[in-house]
Design a protein around this ligand. Structure first.
Ligand code: FAD
Length: 430
């Protein structure tokens, strides 16, 4: 039984976002009953749990996480950390993925979060409860044998299920007839199997560039296809090409008229949003592969403000961003931040969409908008926004990466104050 007046909140997922949610819910016993975290796997950490297995499971879903063996973070630990839990200061700025997992495990232990997690429970359905009392019915099943299923009522649901599990495959004519090895970066683990081969990588986001750097020393040739200006600092055997427009036999055709024969084609084309446990139309939402709209501040459906999507946004500092989103959501749930009525929320959410200047599919890519976004949540929720030094380091790293993608990780950053930082070590080449 929940004590009267205390809200019972379900959290879906025990990755970084879910752990942060559980921590803050558990820290406010005056407003919230102990949280219930459903985690489909047997561990905390989500995407940071590296597994060698690849391919599809019996349910047709991709298995394993999208980590690769030698992944190092693309953000320094100085901007990755949750504001209330620093990384070990003796570590370098750019971490191997195992250090991030260890950090999240320490976070879970430090804040006593594990006791709230139901491991091996997969949420199958979340729907608004019938009747005047409101709330949400959450149906979950035992993830290993799927024989046991339960449905429980909650006052609110925090969706922390991540969005790097379901590969996005672009519609490129002829792709399905490619006779060589075709895979998504989700299934890339290490460079050795590609020794001596010609590898074409489609997409130059963080994964595409990383794979080019990892494959260059072993592959015969690497072709990195992308739509950005030429990237400086890539090894000599990495050619850069325009976006791919077609595949004919083993030949990949590019938008600038170039063609390259490939032994291996790796799609570094990102991921799709996927919420198999929700009926979006019933919630007044439109779900595409790259957007969930309309959401008030990328967070909640205007007509159902008891459901929150944590961490939908991209091109952000994820952990500090989750922290801000969660403190805002908890302020809303606890009643210290009052939301306008549904019609106003709807108008605000539609207005945010209209004002977005970039491609509609990039609506959740915040980039430079993340700082104003977090400040606004902090103002409304009554908590401290991230300090200015976070933005300064984030922008310095971006500039350093765009100058030299292969060496930006050799730098170390040190935070001096809420405003100031310094480099520890020399700027590469300078
Ligand atoms: P996830 O880590 O994906 O966790 C989601 C959890 O939900 C999982 O444990 C999953 O099992 C569970 N789950 C899903 N569906 C259900 C269900 N129906 N029922 C129950 N449980 C469910 N960020 C950085 O800050 N720095 C980096 O350097 C960085 N590098 C990255 C590199 C790669 C290749 C990728 C893909 C991402 C990277 N990120 C990085 C972003 C990273 O995804 C976020 O930092 C963050 O870890 C995401 O956490 P999450 O909790 O939102 O999702």
């Amino acid at each position: 039984m929940t004590a009267p007046g205390k809200l019972r909140v379900a959290v879906i997922g025990a990755g970084a976002a879910g752990l942060c949610a559980a921590q803050h819910l558990a820290a406010r016993p005056e407003s919230f009953a102990p949280p219930v975290v459903f985690e489909a796997s047997g561990r905390v950490g989500g995407i940071w749990v590296y597994t060698e297995e690849t391919g599809q499971g019996p349910d047709g879903l991709p298995v394993g996480s999208s980590m690769y063996r030698d992944l190092r973070t693309n953000l320094p630990k100085e901007v990755m950390a949750f504001p209330d839990f620093p990384f070990d200061p003796s570590l370098p700025s750019f971490l191997h993925h195992s250090h991030v997992l260890a950090y999240l495990e320490r976070y879970a232990d430090h804040f006593g979060v594990r006791e709230h997690i139901r491991f091996w429970w997969r949420v199958d359905a979340v729907s608004p409860a019938e009747g005047a009392e409101g709330g949400w019915d959450v149906t979950a099943c035992q993830a290993q044998d799927r024989t046991v299923q339960t449905t429980e009522r909650f006052d609110a649901v925090l969706v922390c299920s991540g969005h790097y599990a379901d590969p996005f495959v672009p519609p490129i004519p002829g792709l399905e007839t490619f006779p060589g090895q075709l895979l998504h970066s989700h299934d890339y683990r290490c460079p050795e199997p590609f020794a001596g081969r010609t590898v074409v990588l489609l997409g130059a986001g963080p994964s595409g560039v990383d794979l080019a750097l990892q494959l260059a020393p072993v592959a015969r040739r690497v072709v990195l296809s992308h739509r950005q200006p030429p990237l400086p600092g890539l090894p000599g055997n990495v050619l850069q090409a325009a976006p791919a427009v077609g595949v004919a036999g083993a030949t990949v055709q590019f938008g600038d008229g170039a063609e390259h024969r490939a032994d291996v084609l790796i799609l570094c084309t990102g991921y799709r949003y996927r919420f198999p446990f929700l009926a979006p139309a019933r919630l007044g939402l439109r779900l595409t592969e790259q957007t969930v709209t309309p959401l008030y501040r990328h967070l909640l459906p205007p007509r159902h403000p008891g459901l929150f999507f944590i961490g939908l946004c991209q091109q952000i500092c994820p952990f500090p961003h989750f922290h801000c989103q969660l403190l805002f959501c908890l302020a809303v749930l606890a009643g210290t931040c009052r939301l306008p009525p549904a019609a106003e929320l709807q108008a605000a959410a539609e207005g945010e969409l209209r004002q977005h200047l970039g491609a509609p599919r990039h609506f959740h890519r915040l980039g430079g908008r993340q700082w104003g976004y977090c400040q606004e949540l902090a103002r409304l929720g009554g908590f401290q926004p991230p300090p200015p030094v976070l933005r300064k380091i984030y922008e310095a790293v971006r500039a350093s990466r765009s100058r030299d993608a292969s060496r930006y990780r050799s730098l170390n950053y040190r935070v001096l104050s809420a405003e100031e930082w310094e480099l520890v070590g020399a700027e590469p080449g300078g």
